[in-house]
Design a binder for this molecule. Sequence first.
Ligand code: DGT
Ligand code: CA
Ligand code: CA
Ligand code: ZN
Length: 578
Amino acid sequence: MENLEISRVLEDVAALLEIQGANPFRIRAYQNAARVVESHSTPLKRMVQEETDLTELPGIGKGIAADITQLLSEGKLGTLEELAETVPLSLIELTRLPGVGAKRARKLWDELGIETIDQLEEAAAAGDVAALAGFGAKSQEKILRGIEAHRRRIGRFKLSDADQYVEPLLAHLRALPAVQRLEVAGSYRRRRETVGDIDLLAIATEPQEVVEGFTSYPDVKSVELAGDTKVTVVLRSGLQVDLRILLPESYGAALQYFSGSKEHNVKLRKRAVAQGLSISEYGVIRAGEGGGERGELVAGREEADVYEAVGLPWIAPELREDRGEIEAALAGELPQLISLEDIRGDLQMHSTWSDGKQSIEEMLEGCVARGYEYFAMTDHSKALAMTGGLDAAKLRKQWEEIAEVQERHPEIRILRGMEVDILADGELDLEDEMLAELDVVLVSVHSRFDLPHAQQTERILEAVRHPAVNILAHPTGRLINRRDEMSFDLEEVLRCAAEHEVVVELNAHPDRLDLRDSHLIRARELGLEVVISTDAHRVDDLALMRYGVEQARRAWLTPNDVINAYPLKRLLETLSRG
Ligand code: DGT
Ligand code: CA
Ligand code: CA
Ligand code: ZN
């Protein structure tokens, strides 16, 4: 069982306790533990095997440590099973709908006997929810919209979650002697922010050995289909994985076909047909003379050969969404996509001065280890009291520490920054004279995500217009699979940012990826620059940069569009203009 699954079980316990109306401290303890476990880099499974004391982890007491140990050894949790006898497990899903929460889920269950999302939808559609005290027509509407959004996203895994399962599986398969070549195709290869399933392709000397090695992988929960060349399994996490075993002469064609997207492939095939060719997962075939007869196989072994056969250069998988990439390839205008090696620094991170887990110096060492030229220390401002956000006096104290750390480490430049809260009225949560002394000012929304559309837009515009602001951080506020984007006029905000030379963030945290790819394409069209930042709260998080870069590639961004790919001098010029 991986950390993520353990974390989900702990979240479930917290949710059931909350519905039950249990002691708030107990609820909080499980919530905190879930967060700690989810982001812990070492598998707890391994820690338990090595008999490490789990209570050494922050926020994990004896009771929860025992729960985790039981979960890992028995695959189930007594605490959860006892709770499930008093409250239906299915209510947990209800609490995650916007506008529901634990109290309301409880009320829906008590008063209307609602236990599932289907039942809730039925009751809301019939107007029964609006009639309940404390609900009303507005929240009924919100619930219905929430159910719709929920339906759209269930079944899709966040890319980083998929990585957690796919990477060890790939290592397992590649270690099989019969495997000669193995790659992942599909949306995973295109690095979409979420994936529906995983599509593996392999060439093998002994296909049967690979089929056996795959189906006997310990993390496989069920085998859905086991043919000679195609096998489908479901992992314990619920993630479906298809494996296809191919002949070497069509490996490239299959990789091209199964990498998709479907829309990209449709367009590519059209182009092939116009040239008297046909593309399938087996190869590119030139139609036989006079039609009818079997044609000649002209490409299929390598993916680049498939593109070459139709007169195109190879196209990076991240671009294959039919967003103009085939046209650009034809015109010789494919972008020189940014890559991880282009990144020279990270401009959003937190330290123990606010809610980060490590000191400024530790974060610095993490940045040095990544070969960065610079980084910005951007703790929270005071409005975020629960994060220990800094007021002016504390910020000045932090600057003293920054100066000391900088003195000891001339090898990297520390920029003084802050993630300043945008208050509900659009004011910034730090005095102008302090803002003026920062090297980089990030602004972002952390509260009142529910303001009316026009008011939310005005709030953000107000902040973007402030002359001290450099970066609008995680602009939409979404959390993938958890919280929708705020309702506001993004187009107007982007235009305003362009006018005021404010940079927009691509927050690389795989829960956020905010702005998303399509928004970033728009930002670039409007002439905006982008910053890719990890929002790290500990040194390990600095490695999340890769998710940001992958999404940036999906948005066609080049090193010239991304300010933290600039050398220090150009970066400082960028930050001091306006
Ligand atoms: P997903 O799994 O929903 O995140 O998205 P994909 O893109 O991985 O889609 P999937 O797993 O259904 O299929 C993998 C690739 O196989 C897909 O990107 C393109 C190709 N493919 C699947 N079905 C079709 C089809 O009906 N027509 C064409 N042209 N390609 C297909
Ligand atoms: Ca797929
Ligand atoms: Ca598939
Ligand atoms: Zn934070």
